[in-house]
Design a protein. Structure first.
Length: 216
């Protein structure tokens, strides 16, 4: 399971999250699970991209723990289950997955774009610093969310191309919220897991209110 970049406990929790989504989100289960698998597969690809360069920079994460799985999966799994009660939570699910994918693309690919701008000091800082953004990271953040948008449109054909663009913007907004809270993380308030959860919450809230109801 090393290809998943997770430790054993992380793999087990990921399987539990997948099972809950598949069996406890009603007819949405298969499509929701596929969307999460798209996030996972894309996350592995962008993490391993330019692996030697990231290792040399000292920012390559070879294996992630269960905390990372929970931080990224908690909000989507809650939205998936709630979608059986209120269909709008299905839209929230899409927004949450778009946000965590956007954040993954920004953090894993943005570090390759030179020194980012620290949003607190407005000065250039070292790659990988929480609360900072680079031009490449900003661009890739939107691309990551857009990937989820196109995957969602394939799974839910009632979504329009305009909805795909909206998902891209929602995911990007969630990632930006993550970056803002990353400023607090750098000051010792919270950690990467808490900012990831906040990122997913932001995407879910925006998805709930801005995206149309999806059905299968």
């Amino acid at each position: 399971m090393k290809f998943l970049l997770l430790d054993m406990v992380g793999v087990l929790i990921a399987l539990v999250i997948g099972a809950i989504i598949l069996f406890f989100s009603g007819p949405f289960g298969p499509n929701f699970l596929i969307l999460l698998i798209v996030f996972l597969a894309a996350g592995v690809i962008v993490t391993k991209y330019e692996k030697p360069v990231k290792k040399e920079m000292g920012i390559y994460e070879h294996e992630r723990s269960w905390e990372n799985v929970v931080a990224n999966g908690l909000v989507p799994v809650l939205c998936a289950v709630l979608a059986t009660i209120d269909l709008k939570w299905g839209a929230a699910y899409i927004g949450a997955v778009a946000a965590i994918t956007s954040d993954k693309f920004a953090s894993e690919l943005g570090v390759l774009g030179g020194n980012p701008l620290n949003l607190m000091t407005l000065k250039l800082t070292r790659p990988g610093t929480s609360g900072s953004m680079s031009a490449l990271g900003t661009f890739m953040s939107f691309d990551g969310a857009l990937l989820i948008g196109f995957a969602a449109r394939f799974l839910f054909p009632q979504l329009s191309l305009l909805n795909v663009l909206a998902i891209g913007l929602i995911g990007f907004a969630g990632s930006f919220v993550d970056t803002l809270f990353g400023i607090l993380e750098e000051k010792g308030i919270g950690n990467k897991s808490t900012t990831n959860i906040i990122c997913a919450i932001a995407g879910a809230v925006l998805g709930y209110y801005l995206l149309p109801i999806v059905t299968v």
